[in-house]
Design a protein around this ligand. Structure first.
Ligand code: ATP
Ligand code: MG
Length: 454
């Protein structure tokens, strides 16, 4: 029996009880309540049909959106809260390992629970009294921190190939262990997992990345074959030894870097970049004449491979661009003898809005050398100089130049490739010597270049 049930949730429940319908809280919310954690969304299940749910909520002046009507789900908005309400259902046959061919409504909550993936997710909390319906002993598994399939793991995975990845994701997010039979069934279901859409895979992958120690999830993916299936570029980093400062192979280094990003609560982009920043190493590794490994221009290959992966996962272009930029530029080597012009060129290349994220990526990368946090002394010196330089209001982008493309057109330089090249050279000039950033001086230089190149 669970107490402390939210009062709005109880009110919603009373609307159903008044109509002689059953209603339960299910899924992650119940699991998280039993773990003593805050719950973030409400999934409800009822024997009322979707049109009955709609009528009940509308009668009480709530709003209803038919968000998943094919699966019997509507989203309701009531007193500033929202909940997904799904009619008790079972699933028909799965012929493609992705989605049930059809669903059937049922009048039994136990039957609804039996279609769910793991015992910890197959507990219903009856509203409004909080009594638990727990036919698969999920509460015990939660106490023991165990992820176990409802029923036969191999069969459940062959119905939906996403479930193995969900098991790994939950292990990483909750710090739970996957029970042996469930774990053993994962490698045997890879041909089913292969059919799952990349969008669904990405949702789970994102949750692993957002988990407290993402390497826990990625190591489980590696152990079960899921890493090779979905992220082969990363899996081949295993055993790619590197010498010098590095204690670890490329995969362990990348996982440590990513764990540091999670520990520091860095952005999703930095987490992605820390995981992928060295994936170009396996294909760029060479031994020099002293028998030392080199990875010449690996950052460019890493950026290309990152773009390929992120496109495959259908990330938004803005995310892809910022991650690839971070990866491509991660190999800067600051020393105190950098001239001011070198600092300005660094800002121009990285761009002001990415500097902070770039420094964070560097901190992750450095952590990945040894698995120990070090004092980011050199990085702080660079940050101090870039801060000071930015405050000085100098020009770092084409927009900051004292002349625009229009000014050049007025000088008779036609828009197009040559103008682009001239503007770039003007920026280079100003980065070298900010005193040159006046209209007269830049126009003079522009005219000269145009004459030479025309
Ligand atoms: P989270 O905290 O990440 O939201 P959750 O357990 O609520 O975790 P959801 O993906 O929101 O996960 O799904 C809600 C519930 O629906 C699950 O708890 C589970 O009972 C069921 N479920 C979701 N996906 C599947 C699936 N692929 N196969 C079987 N049951 C599933
Ligand atoms: Mg949920």
């Amino acid at each position: 029996m669970i107490k402390n049930i939210d009062s709005v949730l109880k009110e919603i429940a009373s609307l159903f009880i008044a109509e002689k319908k059953e209603i339960y809280l299910v899924g992650g919310a119940v699991r998280d309540m039993l773990r003593g954690k805050k719950i973030h969304d409400w999934d409800l299940t009822t024997n009322a049909l979707p049109e009955e749910v709609t009528a009940i909520i509308k009668k009480a002046k709530g709003k209803v959106v038919p968000t998943g009507i094919k699966h019997g789900t509507v989203t309701v908005f009531y007193k500033n809260q929202s909940a997904e309400i799904t009619t008790f259902r079972t699933e028909g046959d799965y012929t493609d390992g992705r989605r049930p061919d059809q669903i059937h409504f049922t009048s039994s909550v136990e039957e609804d629970l039996s279609r769910r993936d793991f015992t910890m997710n197959a507990i219903a909390l009856r509203l409004p009294d909080g009594a638990l319906v727990d036919p698969f002993n999920g509460e015990n598994d939660i106490k023991a921190k165990i992820i176990r399939c409802v029923g036969n793991a191999g069969e459940r995975f062959s119905e939906d190939g996403l479930r193995p990845l969900r098991a790994v994701r939950f292990a990483s997010c909750l710090g739970f262990e996957i029970e042996k039979q469930t774990l053993d069934a994962i490698p045997l279901s890879l041909s089913i997992s292969e059919k799952v859409s990349w969008e669904r895979v990405r949702d789970e992958f994102d949750k692993i990345l957002a988990s407290p120690v993402p390497s826990a999830g990625f190591r489980l993916m590696e152990k079960t074959g899921l890493l090779k299936l979905f992220l082969e570029e990363l899996s081949i980093c295993r055993g790619v030894e590197q010498k010098g400062f590095h204690e670890f192979d490329v995969l362990d280094h990348s996982l440590l870097a990513c764990d540091f990003a999670a520990e520091k609560n860095y952005s999703h982009e930095v987490r992605l970049a820390s995981l992928f920043h060295d994936i170009g190493k396996p294909s760029s590794r060479k031994k020099d004449e002293n028998g030392i490994y080199t990875f010449h221009r690996h950052e460019e290959i890493s950026a290309e491979l990152s773009r390929k992966i992120l496109n495959r996962f259908h990330y938004p272009n803005a995310v892809i661009d910022s991650v690839c930029h971070l990866v491509k530029e991660h190999m800067f080597h600051y020393t105190e003898d950098w001239t001011d012009a070198a600092v300005r060129r660094f800002i121009a290349r990285i761009k002001e809005e990415n500097l902070e994220e770039m420094y964070r990526l560097r901190r992750c990368d450095t952590y990945g050398f040894s698995g120990k946090e070090t004092n980011p002394h050199t990085l702080m010196l660079l940050a101090k100089r870039t801060d000071k330089m930015l405050e000085s209001g100098r020009a770092f982008t084409l927009k900051d130049l004292a002349v625009s493309g229009n000014d050049l057109t007025e000088e008779g330089i036609p828009p197009g490739k040559i103008m682009g090249m001239i503007l770039k050279e003007l920026l280079e000039t100003v980065l070298d010597d900010p005193e040159q950033n006046t209209r007269e001086k830049l126009l003079e230089i522009a005219r000269r270049i145009y004459k030479e190149r025309k």
